[in-house]
Design a protein around this ligand. Structure first.
Ligand code: 5RP
Length: 296
């Protein structure tokens, strides 16, 4: 039998210090369960509250996108610089080594190609497979105003329900149809609907006019997509403005992997996101790193 009195003496109960009940660092996320918070804390750096997600899931509807033809050759070297990797389970299983410990956001919707109506999607990954793959979040496209708007919203709410059972967050990706205005009014509507219906964080596009109203009206973190390839300085400026106007990070693809120097670009994006570096300074960093890498 252990000596009960002796044990009491040896232990430190700090009876004079009440246990802290900390708030959680991430916007709107304080009431989630431990597993959900832990996954979010792997996606978003708890020090900065921000993330650099590398999006390479484009193939799920458009096949071998420029820059993603050989993910094994061109993308694996970028992984050490990303906070999080967003991709399909097919690429994860076939190309990404299981020794990679970066958090994974799995593309969990699909069903249409660029040859058809894109909003006609369904949930395309079972939550059990997400658990098997040890993912940190599941991503689903939501087409507000699109032809299959309701179906895409229900895809999202079903993923939220399934993920919540197991502590897996859902990332709602606001997809904009070609005929829709990409303005703050639209993105306020789309992001808010996603958050109201349970998305744990939302991906959207940056708009120059009124983006701060989009982030202010959305009760969960927002990350921005990069969109079509633009000059590096412009992409860094967009990321900088988005962060300064309330975004919690980027989920960037083409403006990184289609850059002249993807490894230099992702590091410049990191400087903007995590260090609030100005676009000009980050672009200088990009050029320096690009030059150095060209010497190797
Ligand atoms: C596809 C996606 C992509 O992940 C998203 O578009 C991000 O990539 P990019 O920065 O190239 O726009 O969600 O629908």
């Amino acid at each position: 039998m252990p000596d009960a009195d002796g044990m009491k003496e040896a232990k430190k109960f700090y009876t004079d210090i009440p246990q802290k009940t900390e708030g959680f660092f991430l916007k709107g996320s304080n009431s989630y369960d431990w597993g959900m918070k832990n996954r979010l804390a792997r996606i978003f750096n708890p020090e900065t509250g921000r993330t650099v997600m590398l999006a390479i899931d484009h193939g799920y509807f458009q096949g071998p996108t420029t820059g993603l033809e050989r993910i094994d050759i061109d993308i694996l070297p970028l992984i050490p610089y990303a906070d999080t990797l967003m991709l399909t389970r097919g690429i994860l299983r076939t190309i990404v080594p299981p020794s990679v410990t970066k958090p994974i956001v799995v593309r969990a919707s699909g069903g249409s190609s660029i040859l058809k109506e894109l909003s006609n999607e369904e949930i395309a990954v079972d939550v059990e497979d997400s658990i098997r793959l040890n993912v940190c979040a599941m991503a689903v496209q939501v087409f507000i105003g699109g032809e299959y708007e309701k179906q895409s919203i229900i895809n999202m709410t079903q993923l939220v329900d399934m993920g919540t059972r197991y502590g897996i967050p859902t990332l709602a990706v606001t997809a904009v149809g070609k005929q829709m205005a990409r303005d703050a009014r639209y993105f306020r509507l789309a992001t808010r609907i996603c958050a109201e219906l349970g998305a744990h964080y939302v991906k959207t596009y940056y708009v120059e006019d009124g983006f701060e109203t989009v982030t202010a009206a959305c009760p969960v973190p927002i990350v921005i997509a990069g969109g079509k390839k633009i000059p590096e300085l412009d992409a860094l400026t967009m990321a900088y403005r988005a962060i300064q106007e309330g975004a919690s990070g980027v989920d960037m693809g083409r403006n990184i992997f289609q850059s002249d120097s993807p490894i230099a670009m992702i590091q410049a994006v990191r400087a903007v996101v995590h260090e609030s570096e100005t676009p000009e300074k980050a672009y200088e960093l990009y050029q320096t790193l690009k030059h150095e890498l060209a010497q190797v």
